[in-house]
Design a protein around this ligand. Structure first.
Ligand code: ZN
Length: 245
C-alpha cells in the first residue's frame, strides 16, 4: 500500500471566499478526494497535514510513514520551521518522493533541495495554458490522450524559472499572453525523486481537472521509493573485494 501525505499551508481557503468556494475543505482535502479514484482500492492510502498542526503535521513518525509527499504552499513559506524543512530534506535524501505543486516553487524545502532561487515571472489574468508533453513515453505522461492538454484559466508563470537544469523535462507550458514555462520537471536528490508540477493556482478549479489529477497520480507512482536499501556507513573502511595478497 503506497503511503501518500498531502501537505497544505491551508490559509487561502480560510481567508478568501473565492478560494473557499472552490476548495471548501482545503486544497489538501480536495486532492485527497479527487486523487482517490485514480488508484485501485488497495493500492494507496492518503493522509493530509497542514501548517497549523504541531510540527506542521510532519512528525518523524508521519514522515517515516510517508512514501510520497505532496507540497502546496504560497503565503506562509517563511512560517515553515527550518527544523521541519531539514527533516523533510533528510527523508527525501533517504528515498521519499516529493511532488512540489505550483507556488511551492518558492517553498523552503524546494529551494533547499534545488540550491537556487527558484523564482519566476507571473501574471494573474485567467489565461489559457497549454501544457505540451515534451517527453512522451515517460510514466508521468501515461494515459494522456494527446500531445498537449489545456487549462482554460490559469495564472501565468514565465521563464526564466531559476532552477537547476532538470533531470527530465516532461511538460512545457505555453500561455495565451506569449510566455513559456518548464511546467513539469523531475530531479533526483540522494535516493529521492522530486517532481515539480506547475498547475494549481488557488482561485481556479485546477485540482478538479481530469488531466491534472492523472498527471499527479502518475507522478506519485513514479516518485515512490524503489531500489536498493543499502546505506553506506561512512565510518566503515571497506575491505578490498579482490584481495591482492
Ligand atoms: Zn498561484
Amino acid at each position: 500500500m503506497l503511503k501518500i501525505t498531502i501537505w497544505n499551508e491551508f490559509l487561502h481557503e480560510r481567508q478568501n471566499p473565492v478560494v473557499t468556494a472552490i476548495y471548501p475543505d482545503g486544497i489538501h482535502k480536495a486532492l485527497e478526494k479527487n486523487l482517490g479514484p485514480y488508484f485501485a482500492p488497495q493500492e494507496a492510502t492518503f493522509t493530509t497535514a497542514t501548517l497549523d498542526q504541531p510540527e506542521h503535521g510532519l512528525s518523524e513518525e508521519r514522515l517515516a510513514n510517508t512514501e510520497v509527499l505532496l507540497w502546496w504552499g504560497h503565503l506562509a513559506h517563511d512560517q515553515v520551521s527550518d527544523a521541519i524543512v531539514e527533516r523533510v530534506q533528510q527523508r527525501v535524501l533517504n528515498g521519499m518522493g516529493l511532488i512540489v505543486l505550483h507556488s511551492g516553487h518558492a517553498s523552503k524545502i524546494f529551494r533547499r533541495l534545488m540550491g537556487t532561487g527558484c523564482m519566476l515571472r507571473w501574471r494573474e489574468a485567467a489565461e489559457l495554458e497549454r501544457l505540451w508533453v515534451v517527453k512522451p513515453g515517460h510514466p508521468i505522461t501515461d494515459g494522456l490522450a494527446a500531445d498537449y492538454f489545456e487549462i482554460p484559466a490559469a495564472e501565468m508563470y514565465g521563464e526564466h524559472f531559476d532552477i537547476p537544469d532538470p533531470d527530465e523535462l516532461i511538460f512545457i507550458s505555453w500561455f495565451q499572453g506569449g510566455e513559456v514555462f518548464r511546467s513539469g520537471c523531475t530531479f533526483h536528490r540522494g535516493k529521492g525523486k522530486i517532481f515539480y508540477f506547475r498547475p494549481g493556482h488557488e482561485t481556479y478549479p485546477i485540482y478538479h481537472q481530469r488531466e491534472v489529477l492523472l498527471v499527479l497520480a502518475n507522478a506519485i507512482r513514479w516518485a515512490k521509493p524503489c531500489g536498493s536499501n543499502y546505506t553506506h556507513d561512512a565510518r566503515h573502511v571497506p575491505q578490498p573485494l579482490n584481495p591482492w595478497n
